[in-house]
Design a protein around this ligand. Structure first.
Ligand code: NAI
Length: 316
């Protein structure tokens, strides 16, 4: 019976069909038991169209488009697919960290104006990797991967994660810091890898930046709304209090006009390559995209085979 529905976006469901075969349905009807969810908002009204629904499985890590309370009340599993892009995201964070550590973008920008002089134009704040303290907020799948890769590059690594069981600092060969402020005080390059929660929403504001080490840099590949407002970085960058920022995610995507966004779009000279913005693509590689679809469909197959799905996020 056709009991699995793809909500939207996937035009050619070849990967899903290989796994789900005749269970895949083209029609959104009352027989649907599992929804593979892309962008559709799965609110009460949408969910009520499917009286036999057993599970909603999100393509990707985020699930803020699903009503978690309502699904829980109705015994419907909500699952995500969190691990398809762990390496891609941590590689992006590491690329941003290495770019800051070696000043590559900054040199590229400045060198365009060097005509009579060349090799002597060294950036005095550049240090050897083992002299940089790299700090990670949220040492889960991605943050842990960032730490291991940063260790391999000889950075001195630290992390803050109050919810991670003790002992993981040994597995990660990294130093656990008990208080967020202690991490901010010592870190030269800070990588944000925690989820967006009530606690972390707007966490990065003026006060947070004031508590960061002078001359330090920040990389955010997690969620944009962990930052209160993109312009909280404008003055600290202009004054030199912050060295660099690199974002894969922004509070608004695409970004609205703002002091920092306008300065970045206009290639204003004072930024000197110190602001990097990627269009929320840290997760992407062809392989990661394939893996995301395959893992989402395999989890749906568990449900239609009568098994409990994996990666349940609504507490059922
Ligand atoms: P995860 O759940 O494996 O790890 C998150 C870690 O953050 C956990 O260890 C948790 O204990 C910790 N944490 C939670 N609240 C915290 C707090 N207040 N302070 C410090 N640590 C806290 O998640 P994963 O897979 O590592 O993903 C991390 C982030 O990356 C998420 O925000 C996710 O949405 C984002 N992400 C971004 C992508 C992109 O394309 N840019 C793609 C995939 C995920």
């Amino acid at each position: 019976m056709n009991t699995v529905l793809i909500s939207d976006y996937i035009e050619n469901p070849d990967i899903e069909f290989d796994i789900l075969k005749e269970s895949l349905s083209e029609a959104a009807n009352k027989d649907i038991e599992v929804i593979l969810l892309w962008n559709t908002i799965a609110n009460k009204e949408y969910i009520d169209k499917f009286p036999n629904l057993k599970a909603i499985i999100r393509y990707g890590a985020g699930y803020d488009n699903v009503d978690l309370e309502y699904t829980k009340e109705n015994g419907i599993f909500v699952c995500n697919t969190p691990d398809y892009g762990t390496d891609e995201v941590s590689d992006t964070a590491i690329a941003m960290i290495m770019n800051i550590a070696r000043g590559i973008n900054t040199y590229d920008t400045l060198a365009k104006d060097y005509f009579d002089t060349w090799q002597e134009n060294t950036n005095k704040i550049i240090k050897r990797n083992n002299e940089y303290k790299v700090g990670v907020i949220g040492a889960g799948r991605i943050g842990g991967s960032v730490l291991l890769k940063a260790n391999a590059l000889k950075f001195d690594t630290y992390f803050y994660d109050p919810y991670l069981a003790y002992g993981y600092e040994k597995q990660l060969s990294s130093k656990r810091v008990e208080k967020l402020d202690d991490l901010l005080e010592i870190t030269d390059i800070l990588s944000i890898n925690c989820p967006l929660t009530e606690e972390t929403k707007d966490m990065i504001d003026e006060s947070f930046i004031n508590r960061m080490k002078e001359g330090s840099s920040l990389v955010n590949t997690a969620r944009g709304k962990i930052v209160k407002d993109i312009d909280v970085f404008y003055e600290p960058l202009k004054s030199g209090y912050l060295n660099s920022v690199a974002f894969d995610v922004l509070p608004f995507e695409p970004p609205k006009e703002s002091l920092l966004i306008n300065a970045w779009r206009n290639n204003e000279k004072w930024l000197d390559g110190r602001v990097i913005i990627n269009p929320h693509t840290a997760y992407f590689s062809d392989t990661a995209f394939y893996e995301m679809r395959e893992k989402t469909a395999l989890n749906a197959k568990r449900v239609i085979d009568g098994l409990r799905p994996i990666n349940i996020v609504n507490g059922l």
